[in-house]
Design a binder for this molecule. Structure first.
Ligand code: NDP
Length: 252
């Protein structure tokens, strides 16, 4: 059918641009009610308008996911307005690559705060939702965005790669505990996707490295990731696609 995710309540973080925005759109198209979270309210509002204009159901919650109380408040608001969430796409992340001896400590901290602490805040606030959904016999998905950087040894990627290695390994560990409770735990590890991600890097050499790759090869689009995440959530409840690596065909 056209609505394999009907009845699902999805939360997407990092939904104001790139992978998160495309995934929110796709999940809504497939029938899920979607809550979009990020800091830029104007972008979220535009996304919600566009989802609603195509007949979907969506709500914007401007939240900085590094703020634990704010994430908890959002989870409570979702319970009131949409019911408990059963599909959490824990996707907000930042990539600030640089050589370690440049000592960009602010960039190190921002990546750790968002890619690790932000991800944990979302898990803390929404695990009770996922548990309740699973106990009620419904599908329950916790899908986090990692990266091929989790396993590849890429020069200047140390802190970013460290945070993504954390995500990939966390997924394996949580799956052991939560799979038995019928919560599916998964991660998607993309290669190069054309998004705003490189725009935030403060090291000009690193920015150029990524811009060049986008020029040279046919990289992934956010819609490619969106389609994959939707698939991971739409398979039958006893099937857990746990780690999906998705690369542009021409990326080495
Ligand atoms: P974008 O920069 O387009 O998206 C990042 C999103 O995170 C934005 O919506 C941003 O919105 C949000 N965000 C940033 N800080 C916060 C915060 N404190 N609280 C809440 N939301 C926040 O890049 P992508 O779409 O590429 O990135 C999405 C994920 O994909 C990241 O985890 C990234 O590491 C991963 N990834 C990306 C790859 C790529 O090649 N693009 C490859 C592999 C993985 P706002 O500023 O409004 O808060």
């Amino acid at each position: 059918t056209g609505t394999p995710l009907a009845g699902r309540v999805a939360v997407v973080t990092g939904a104001s641009s790139g992978i998160g925005a495309a995934t929110a759109q796709r999940l809504a198209q497939l029938g899920a009610k979607v809550v979009v979270m990020a800091r830029r309210k104007d972008k979220l509002d535009t996304l919600v308008d566009s989802i609603q204009a195509s007949g979907g159901v969506a709500m914007a919650l401007p939240v900085d996911v590094t703020d634990r109380q704010a994430v908890q408040a959002a989870a409570d608001q979702i319970t009131e307005q949409f019911g408990r969430a059963d599909l959490v796409f824990n996707n907000a992340g930042v990539q600030l690559i640089s050589a370690i001896d440049e000592l960009r400590l602010d960039d190190w901290q921002r990546q750790i705060d968002l890619n690790i602490t932000g991800v944990m805040n979302v898990i803390g606030a929404f695990l009770p939702h996922l548990s309740a959904a699973a106990e009620a016999g419904k599908p329950a998905d916790l899908i986090t965005t990692s990266s091929i950087a989790a396993t590849r040894i890429l020069e200047k990627f140390s802190i970013y790669s460290g945070t993504k290695a954390y995500i990939s390994h966390l997924t394996r560990l949580l799956r052991v505990e939560l799979g038995q409770k019928n919560i599916r735990v998964a991660t998607i590890e993309p290669g190069m996707v054309d998004t705003e991600l490189p725009d935030h890097v403060t090291d000009p050499d690193a920015t150029k490295l990524m811009a060049d790759l986008i020029d040279q090869i046919d990289v992934l689009q956010s819609s490619d990731i969106a389609e994959t995440v939707a698939f991971m959530a739409a398979v039958p409840r006893h099937v857990n696609l746990t780690e999906i690596t998705i690369l542009p065909t021409a990326q080495a």
